[in-house]
Write a protein that binds this ligand. Sequence first.
Ligand code: IMP
Ligand code: MG
Length: 185
Amino acid sequence: MSSVLSPEMRRRAGGRDLQIVFDEQMIAARVKELGAEITAAYPDGEVLVLGLLKGSFIFLSDLVRQINRPIHLDFLVASSYGNGTVSSGEVRLLYSPETPLEGKHILVVEDIIDSGRTMQRLMTLLADRHPASLAVCALLDKKLLPEPIPQLRWVGFTAPPAFLVGYGLDHAEDYRHLPFIGDLL
Ligand code: IMP
Ligand code: MG
């Protein structure tokens, strides 16, 4: 899908021309479906939704409002593995909830799975805290991994092999506030 930005959106994007890949309506419809599936998947027990900052913040806020059961909500902050293209495999948690995860259903909400390294490492770190279950809901998945991450239970959309921005996703902190997901081109 592609379309020309309205003058208003163009202004928001700093005059940059972006190709819309997932528009507001598509995202809202999919988020609603995900919320319903997540609601059905947790008939009982304590659910702790953990949003991985910063990229997930808009998706997270829309998604939790479509979850029709009690939840607790907190955040995770992971150190990025730098700006190189080669991963050191070192992902550390700079912030994680102090409350015990033991016995709770943990649902990690992420913006995009690219190489998958961040999420793979995060799964090991969280599994060490013995949750009752551990699952991931990612808005986008570039599907680059030969084997999908076993805990990746919900994916909003398969992402094209492009650099995507908007709806929380950034390029050098730009574009996070755009209501659609676009290709930086
Ligand atoms: P991974 O460890 O390679 O899967 O990287 C995942 C993280 O890289 C995501 O949480 C994003 O913050 C960032 N990222 C990967 N691809 C994109 C993109 O296309 N646009 C914006 N951020 C991206
Ligand atoms: Mg991110």
